[in-house]
Design a protein around this ligand. Sequence first.
Ligand SMILES: *Cc1c(COP(=O)(O)O)cnc(C)c1O
Length: 378
Amino acid sequence: MINFNVPPYIGKEIDFIKEAIQNHKISGDGEFTKKCTKILEQITKANKILLTTSCTHALEMAAILADINEGDEVIMPSFTFVSTADAFVLRGAKIVFVDIRPDTMNIDENIIEKAITKRTKAIVPVHYAGVGCEMDKINDIAIKNNLLVIEDAAQGLMAYYKDKPLGAIGDFGCYSFHETKNYSMGEGGAITIKNKDMAELAEIIREKGTNRSKFFRGEIDKYTWVNYGSSYLPSELNAAYLYAQIQNPEIINNDRLNSWNYYFEKLSELKEDKKIELPTIPEYCRHNAHMFYIKTKNLEERTELINYLKKHEIYAVFHYIPLHSAPAGRKFGRFFAQDIYTTQESERLLRLPMYYGLKREDQNKIIKSIKNFYCKKT
Ligand SMILES: *Cc1c(COP(=O)(O)O)cnc(C)c1O
């Protein structure tokens, strides 16, 4: 059986977790959190970055920092994970979904401006599959209309848009270290904050509304409750796991890119025969091989292919059911203008097994099965 995903494991995780236990420091903001933060600072060059308990929580922090309130509107694609919207719905915002581009499956930057109203507060681009959205255009629109940009870079660590690290281009950026992402700590994430004046408030919100971070740095001699907040800091055990993986982030990145390029090369034949479509990477984007997907002719063909692969013990999956068509999406949001690509393209998309350590022989089996499926069809 070939799994769809295997959580990343480099080998040193267990030693680092042991070290955290032996140091008698397993709650948050210890040595491993510091080490992870330092590496993430180097990768993202963000003014401020904080480890969080998930990307969902990083998005919640961003929504609080962006001062999203009842009745505000937030623009985002409908083709995304529920958390992108949840974080803003929790603050009482209305979600305005706009269509995606069929080539990258990212938000169509040319529709955003038309969807802006007097109540719009923020734009939330999602870098699907670690391929950058059109950030130059999105930032321009935001500046012109006095809006904030919150990047859902859950899938975007170690990927770049015009040499700028995804997740550190807008006002806030949110990463995920869930077990399905390139780098993991089981459950976890991080938030970047561009505005240096907001860094302290971010620390406070993450630490139950207290200035405990300042206290730990010795900047004050007593910590106290100074604002509202929650508990968004991950345990040292989780940070220790992550540290093993980002200590040398190229190990995972190169392995994934190798697998991605192999899929792309070997499946190009089917693309040329117009059987399937393959992902598009704009020339100025450097992706991180978070995902390898193909597009079938339609929903029916996708279902047939999934079943065919399953029969050959290969697990391929699809996502997302467009948020605007889900019960909560209808309740908390609206689709601006026409859904030309969101539903149609999401119904054709199929993700192939992709993880650190994916074996070449397994890839060959997957590629052969897909080719056999299309051979039989004609
Ligand atoms: C994985 C993911 C999330 C949620 O990440 P968690 O760390 O599980 O909260 C949010 N947005 C996108 C686009 C994702 O892929």
